[in-house]
Design a binder for this molecule. Sequence first.
Ligand SMILES: Nc1ncnc2c1ncn2[C@@H]1O[C@H](COP(=O)(O)OP(=O)(O)OP(=O)(O)O)[C@@H](O)[C@H]1O
Ligand SMILES: [Mg+2]
Length: 224
Amino acid sequence: MLSCNDICLDYVEATRVTHALKGVSLDFSPNKLHGIMGPSGSGKSSLLYILCGLKSPTAGNVALDGTSITNMSDAACARLRSQKFGFVFQQPFLLNYLTALENILVGINPDQLSASVQKAESLLSYLGLDGMGDKYPSMLSGGERQRVAVARALIGNPDIVFADEPTAALDKDNGYKVMSALADWAVDHTVIVVTHDADMLKGADVIHHLIGGCLVDDQPSNVR
Ligand SMILES: Nc1ncnc2c1ncn2[C@@H]1O[C@H](COP(=O)(O)OP(=O)(O)OP(=O)(O)O)[C@@H](O)[C@H]1O
Ligand SMILES: [Mg+2]
């Protein structure tokens, strides 16, 4: 299980300190879709990047199955991320000169390429993109591109998927499709989604609310 304990984050600029997170403690139980909601500037992205080890907190600790990742070396943390974590961002960040299939496979070890091609094709199918593997990003809709980005996040079979506003650039229908794919993944993995759109978290198991860098509650949502 991923957990964080008393996370604080200060952004220090020349004449200003922003206390972005003020003592956040949370457990992210496995096999659940966790939503993190809150207004703009409440610290959602900062918390997400600390949870996945891409950012160091000013104080506090993040642990995965009891092992601190906050104190890991950069190399050990990078290895952990590549083995156990997947990421989906607000924009899909696909490479325009690669097909959808090639984009999904971009981080794959060449030794595992042939098995991964089959897996990428089944992920495309799982995400409702059957037969679209040979299309270039410019030939896909925004929602389709974002689902390719979800497939790229899932290709390594990550235990935990982190998604920062994955539906913010999409219309509602495409947003629901992306969230539905993430909810399916959460049946036997952990998924953590940051959003300010409550509609997108209708399928979440738990919603954590952040305001001004503080967790204001941790209430069960409309449980699947
Ligand atoms: N690099 C930075 N330097 C200084 N302050 C920062 C930096 N990044 C974020 N902040 C500040 O930290 C606070 C939290 O930012 P964060 O990006 O985590 O919020 P958020 O909840 O993700 O907002 P949004 O919904 O707009 O994405 C904000 O007040 C923001 O201005
Ligand atoms: Mg943000």
